[in-house]
Design a binder for this molecule. Structure first.
Ligand SMILES: [Zn+2]
Length: 217
């Protein structure tokens, strides 16, 4: 779809996050989408007394698959800025129907901030720009599976959809260790699409750690 206006990362406030401990050997996986509705159906099906409950319509996907690759590419470009500053390359962009809302990248080392993850930076910037904390019209594109902190923040922000590239088997909280984004006990669940440009994101991370190891030896 050509309806989105692409802004260069330099036109937005960029920040970062660091995920060095959680980034070992990103798992590359086939792109899959799990909707809130599918989770609800599963949960409803597991509760016999609730089988007759009417199910809400499947939420319309506001961002097309073609857009997914383009926006994830923007997130990968943001991740490069983290790498240039010596942080683990993880990037995130937030998008709504008007286009790019915010960009974040890992600044944990650069800002000496344990919460300086790409998603946290992008969420803060989006809320500042939109002057609201509820970001239910936004899709988050992130190059690595969100951790528990970021997944929690994405739920708090009521993000509609989370698209990530590489899975993180060490600290991922969007399906690897847990699925915070779709926990039925919480009052909001995000649609998830995983594996978008996972090869590119995985290679970006491997390249960073290879260079790190080479510098130490
Ligand atoms: Zn995080």
């Amino acid at each position: 779809m050509a309806r989105r206006c692409f802004l260069s990362p330099s036109s937005a406030t960029l920040c970062t996050m660091s995920k060095s401990s959680r980034v070992a050997a990103p798992r590359l996986e086939k792109k899959t989408t799990v909707t809130e509705d599918s989770v609800r159906k599963k949960n409803v099906a597991s509760r016999p007394e609730a089988k007759s409950e009417p199910l809400p319509a499947t939420p319309e996907d506001a961002v097309s698959t073609q857009d997914d690759d383009a926006w994830m590419h923007q997130a990968l470009l943001a991740a490069q800025k983290a790498e240039a500053a010596g942080d683990v390359p993880v990037g995130c962009v937030l998008v709504n129907d008007s286009g790019l809302v915010s960009v974040g990248f890992n600044v944990r080392e650069a800002a000496a901030d344990p919460t300086g993850h790409a998603e946290m930076i992008a969420l803060r910037e989006a809320s500042r720009k939109l002057a609201r904390w509820r970001l239910s019209d936004c899709t988050a594109y992130v190059t690595l599976e969100p951790c528990f902190m970021c997944a929690g923040a994405l739920v708090h922000a009521r993000i509609k959809r989370v698209v990530f590239a590489a899975a993180d088997p060490k600290t991922g909280a969007a399906g690897s260790l847990a699925n915070v984004l779709q926990d039925p006990r919480l009052n909001h669940r995000c649609e998830i699409t995983s594996g978008v440009l996972a090869l590119e994101a995985g290679e970006q991370l491997r390249r960073f750690f290879r260079a790190k190891r080479a510098a130490r030896s």
